[in-house]
Design a protein around this ligand. Structure first.
Ligand code: MFK
Ligand code: FAD
Length: 504
């Protein structure tokens, strides 16, 4: 049967392997922040290799299942997840993977720190990053709307580092009629109760990480005549805890778990809400506007996962290229193979830098130091980064699988799961076209100012990179875009450009 066995690619500390992340930290982050952050990322990188990666594989190999009845025929609707999934929850709390975004220990760099950690974690996390994204999003909504008594305990738990107290949250928006068009697709209704709470009745078609402790969801309040208001203005935002003190689901039936192409580690269910007790946390009719801050956070998490998947497949591919020997030399010495990997690297670098820019802008927004220009940039770049990296991750990971030849197609290498899991990144949290329209929504609502901010910022950066003649045509193009936008902004009845000084 032959004596040759191919040496396998080995996962090394992903932080120490990531030259671009090191360079980014060195170039942009002040030393008093960089040093503790880099030390923590290096330590966490070791933990990923020695402990977490194996758990992530277990989540893939032992997917969740639904136990609908107990031995005596009683309906129990228990979502059974593997022990590794529970370990991921503990690790996420201990490492502060949500908490770090709210402790703000590193001021405006806190989100860069938190998202860098998630970026290292994501490809080893067995998709535990999915509940973490929604948990972070829920904390952000609560913080944005104000931490009232109703949600104070929930906010503490969502942002806790104590594994015994840490909660995860769901984000239930999608119904059978509409996941993109939530405004006309939402049929769930909210019946007001004498104590000013509500009970929710409806069917949620996609609910991921259904083992969560709480959720935020949209429903239409029924008025005293039994009527509801249709469209976006009829939707309000509700907070609900999911289980009673015995751990049983409250007034929720799990119709079934979804049979999915990928993300098999995550329990995604169809839920019938049959009077779920809930509290309204937005103004009536302000549901979509209020959940928008959750969308911002989860879309940034999606970008983290996309860039992380690209980086991980390149790290493994580079390793393999030093071990696979064909046509008389290692893959790393075949110019054509190197060209393929270099193209993947360029895409990944661009995506990484875009991601970090968005994280930094979010961090500044949260400590109140963002300028008007930076707030506009955050609004514009969040959907752009999500839609672009979501698509790129599928292409880069697919190319990455090919770098391993036939082995890239073999289930027990763990590589095919990366492609399956990448495929969802362009669908959930807003499809590519829906996010393109979100960019236009941002442009229209700001009457062009988000674009003006972008071109102004780009111009400033091009000017800073003086002496490179290749950039001259880009500068001319940016100038004419700014000129055209200036007219648009003024015609829209806005004050003259807020950025005129900087643009000059
Ligand atoms: C592993 C990492 C990732 C983990 C993922 C976790 C698991 C996946 C979970 C999910 O997939 S959860 C479901 C995600 N669903 C979506 O992303 C929905 C996609 N559809 C959209 O985004 C639609 O554009 C949207 C539902 C928002 C359209 O709704 P409307 O009601 O037609 O929007 P409209 O009327 O234009 O806006 C209503 C308000 O929201 C406006 O504010 P005002 O009332 O104050 O004027 C908008 O400005 C505001 N708004 C909408 N999008 C916004 C926004 N504000 C800020 N940012 C945005 N992006
Ligand atoms: P549609 O809205 O029917 O879209 C179909 C096609 O039409 C897409 O190509 C879309 O781009 C296009 N389209 C739609 N509107 C327009 C337009 N105006 N212009 C041009 N093209 C358009 N949702 C939750 O709420 N919570 C969850 O936890 C959750 N988990 C999920 C987990 C997985 C694994 C998956 C796959 C989905 C999950 N979703 C969840 C649902 C997800 O957010 C939706 O599937 C997604 O937003 C798309 O909505 P839809 O399925 O209704 O597709």
């Amino acid at each position: 049967v032959g004596t040759f066995f191919q040496e396998r690619p080995v996962l090394k500390n992903p932080f120490l392997e990531d030259a671009l992340l090191h360079k980014y930290l060195r170039r942009t982050v002040p030393a008093q922040v960089r040093e503790p952050v880099a030390a923590d990322l290096a330590r966490f990188g070791e933990r990923l290799v020695s402990e977490v990666h194996r758990l992530g594989r277990q989540c893939e190999e032992d997917p969740p299942r639904l136990q609908q009845y107990d031995a005596w025929g009683c309906r129990v609707d228990r979502i059974v997840t593997c022990p590794a999934w529970a370990n991921m929850k503990e690790i996420s709390a201990q490492e502060g993977l949500v908490a770090a975004g709210y402790e703000r220990t590193y001021g405006e760099w806190s989100r860069v720190y938190q998202m860098s950690k998630l970026y290292l974690y994501s490809p080893s996390a067995g998709l535990y990053t999915c509940p973490l994204a929604m948990t972070d999003g829920a904390a952000k909504v609560i913080e944005s709307l104000g931490v009232t008594e109703t949600v104070e305990e929930a906010f503490r738990r969502l942002t806790s580092r104590d594994p015994q107290r840490f909660w995860t949250s769901g984000q239930w928006m999608t119904e059978r009629k509409g996941g993109s068009d939530v405004a006309s697709g939402t049929e769930t209704v909210a019946q007001l109760q004498p104590d000013a709470s509500y009970r929710l009745y409806g069917f949620k078609w996609f609910t991921s990480a259904t083992d969560a402790d709480m959720t935020l969801t949209l429903a239409r309040v029924v008025d005293t005549h039994g009527r509801t208001l249709q469209g976006s203005r009829g939707l309000s935002l509700f907070f609900a805890t999911l289980r009673d003190q015995h751990g049983n689901l409250k007034d929720i039936e799990v119709q079934r778990l979804k049979d999915k192409l990928g993300t098999r580690q995550v329990p995604t269910a169809e839920l019938l809400l049959d009077g779920l007790p809930a509290q309204r946390i937005s103004g009536e009719g302000r549901g979509v506007a209020s959940i928008a801050s959750m969308l911002t956070i989860t879309r940034i998490h999606n970008t983290v996962s996309a860039v992380a998947a690209m980086r991980r497949i390149i790290q493994l591919g580079r390793e393999y290229a030093t071990k696979r020997f064909v046509f008389g030399k290692f893959l790393k010495d075949h110019a054509l193979h190197v060209q393929t990997m270099a193209r993947m690297e360029v895409e990944t670098r661009g995506a990484f830098l875009l991601l970090m820019e968005v994280c930094w802008l979010l961090g500044r927004e949260e400590v109140g130091s963002a300028s008007a220009l930076q707030l506009h940039l955050l609004r514009l770049l969040t959907p752009v980064a999500k839609l672009y990296t979501g698509k790129q991750a599928i292409a880069v990971v697919s190319e990455g699988l090919e770098c391993f030849g036939g082995q890239g197609y073999m289930e027990d290498t763990g590589l095919p799961a990366m492609l399956r899991d990448a495929q969802v990144l362009s669908i959930w949290e807003g499809t590519t076209n829906v996010l393109s329209l979100d960019v236009l929504r941002g442009v229209a609502k700001s009457r062009g100012q988000v674009l003006e901010a972008f071109f102004t910022d780009t111009k400033a950066k091009l000017k800073a990179a003086t002496g490179n003649p290749a950039l001259a045509p880009a500068l001319t193009a940016v100038d004419s875009a700014l000129h055209a936008l200036g007219g648009f902004v003024q015609r829209s009845g806005q004050k003259p450009s807020a950025y005129a000084e900087l643009a000059a």
